[in-house]
Design a protein around this ligand. Sequence first.
Ligand SMILES: C[S@@+](CC[C@H](N)C(=O)[O-])C[C@H]1O[C@@H](n2cnc3c(N)ncnc32)[C@H](O)[C@@H]1O
Length: 222
Amino acid sequence: MFNNISKTYDFLNHFLSLGIDIIWRKKAINGLAADKPKRILDVATGTGDFAFEAAKILKPEKIIGVDISQGMLGMAEEKIRKRNLQHQFEVRMGDSEKLLFEDNSFDAVTSAFGVRNFEDLEKGLAEMLRVLRPGGRVVILEFSKPKTFPVKQLYQFYFKYITPLIGRFFSKDSSAYTYLPESVAAFPDGEDFTALMRRVGYSDTKNRPLTFGICSIYTGIK
Ligand SMILES: C[S@@+](CC[C@H](N)C(=O)[O-])C[C@H]1O[C@@H](n2cnc3c(N)ncnc32)[C@H](O)[C@@H]1O
């Protein structure tokens, strides 16, 4: 599915979110500023937008992005070349549920809109924890479900009817933007998500809802 939508992915992200996704990414990455991480792993990096934000704000020595979709990675590689960031940001094909890195090898691990797509969420979160160094921080940006009237109702209408319609029009995969609201509805959010993070082994977990709870930043420490 992500191979099919890779060419229109960036455009639709900004279009459907009215550009708010850019602000969400900045806010999430800013949560790592005080840590000054040198080596960062961006899981489910896709076309690389979260990692590019990390490169700009945090100026680490190295960011490695991992994703299972060659199509998405192809777009990321093109952007890396255009921005001349080959020395700093490198992408690799790989499954987040079986990361090919040593234990404790990154100062920070990030993922934006990625963990919702894992087949086995606990396994993916455990892998992210394994490769994080002790004291390192994980930052996860993910859709959540607004709870209050009328945002909840407006959001449900937009996500259920408008998003699939626009997605079908612009992207090559007619099911991808129906999958989006369905996967968000089925995904644990808020305290349910931080409880899961603690169960996996993260400590000092925090949940910061953004834009009426449409999206949330989750952080935890190894
Ligand atoms: C919604 S995109 C997010 C991309 C990017 N992080 C962003 O912020 O725009 C989700 C990405 O997760 C990737 N993905 C899904 N399951 C994965 C897995 N098990 N391992 C690695 N990547 C995965 C998909 O290929 C896709 O590129």
